[in-house]
Design a protein around this ligand. Structure first.
Ligand SMILES: N[C@@H]1[C@@H](O)[C@H](O)[C@@H](COP(=O)(O)O)O[C@@H]1O
Length: 290
């Protein structure tokens, strides 16, 4: 797993957006070979979306051949409610880019049969060949999507009861009134996220420092569901300095040193490198290595 540490929220947002742009360009999507992107909501990805919109407006990135699947949605909140994840995604991202509406997938928290809706969501993901890159955020209790502590690390898309801590954390979007926060959500499972060919998690702020430490320094644990990323062959966490507060200094230094070595490799000239290593390095900036 790779841990990338940036100074603050803005630097994290720029790094992740640039990474997404490079991955999409490298993939070179087309009508017959679309890039499938998993997406989160919440305050963590807002800066990433802002940067991606900027790249699009600067003519550097098209979303025409991108298919998206969102992580989760509240149950029972009208689709046009300002705090529904449908509203969030369209106002923060989709309406500003050239994505085809039929390529956007968000769980329907008002479906008459919620279990069927979840099953179909998994089928739709499978039908497009799985997710290439899943972006995610976490709650302060280390939950990914709405996979609250204790969720099976093999879980699939399903109906989930929200933890009281999550209801309290999300009350800020509902006039700080916990009675207005829905108690149920539809969410992709931990297994659904981990099936993606690559996973990138954004963790910012001192309030998420304990969750980051649990994710990075302790074992895989269903009480901190984001820790499942340790088992992923291409997992990356991008965090800010504030989120590192609970990490050991040696852990922070270790991951920073890895990045430094990587940067030196990218930045140095080709002297001394032979064939395969040379071409490997040619792609190294956009490609993920761990
Ligand atoms: N279901 C969402 C998660 O997907 C998100 O990661 C989390 C953190 O939100 P924020 O980024 O606002 O801290 O909030 C909700 O619980």
């Amino acid at each position: 797993m790779r841990l990338v540490i940036r100074q603050d929220y803005d630097a994290v947002s720029y790094h992740v957006a640039k990474y997404v742009k490079e991955r999409i360009r490298e993939f070179s999507p087309s009508a017959t070979k679309p890039f499938v992107l998993g997406l989160p909501t919440g305050s963590s990805p807002v800066g990433v979306y802002r940067n991606l919109v900027n790249f699009h407006q600067a003519g550097e990135l098209s979303f025409q051949h991108i298919i998206t699947f969102n992580m989760d949605e509240y149950v029972g909140l009208p689709r046009d409610h300002p705090e529904s994840y449908h509203s969030f995604m369209w106002s923060n991202f989709f309406k500003h880019i050239d994505i085809l509406p039929e390529n956007v997938h968000i769980l329907d928290g008002n479906a008459t049969d919620l279990d069927l809706e979840c099953q179909r969501y998994e089928e739709r993901i499978a039908a497009v060949g799985g997710i290439e890159l899943f972006l995610g955020g976490i709650g302060p209790d280390g939950h990914i999507a709405f996979n609250e502590p204790g969720s099976s690390l093999n879980s699939r898309t399903r109906v989930k009861t929200l933890a009281y801590d999550t209801i309290v954390a999300n009350a800020r979007f509902f006039d700080n009134d916990i009675t207005k926060v829905p108690n149920l959500a539809l969410t992709v499972g931990v297994g659904t996220v981990m099936d993606a060919r690559e996973v990138c998690i954004i963790i910012t702020g001192a309030h998420k420092a304990l969750a980051l430490a649990k994710c990075i320094e302790e074992g895989v644990n269903h009480m901190w569901t984001v820790s499942a990323i340790q088992l992923h062959p291409r997992g990356m966490v991008v965090c800010d300095e504030d989120a590192t507060l609970e990490l050991h200094v040696k852990t922070v230094n270790y991951f920073k040193s890895i990045e430094k070595v990587h940067e030196q490799l990218i930045g140095s000239d080709n002297v001394g490198l032979q064939g395969g290593v040379k071409s490997w390095r040619g792609n190294a900036e956009a490609t993920y290595h761990q």
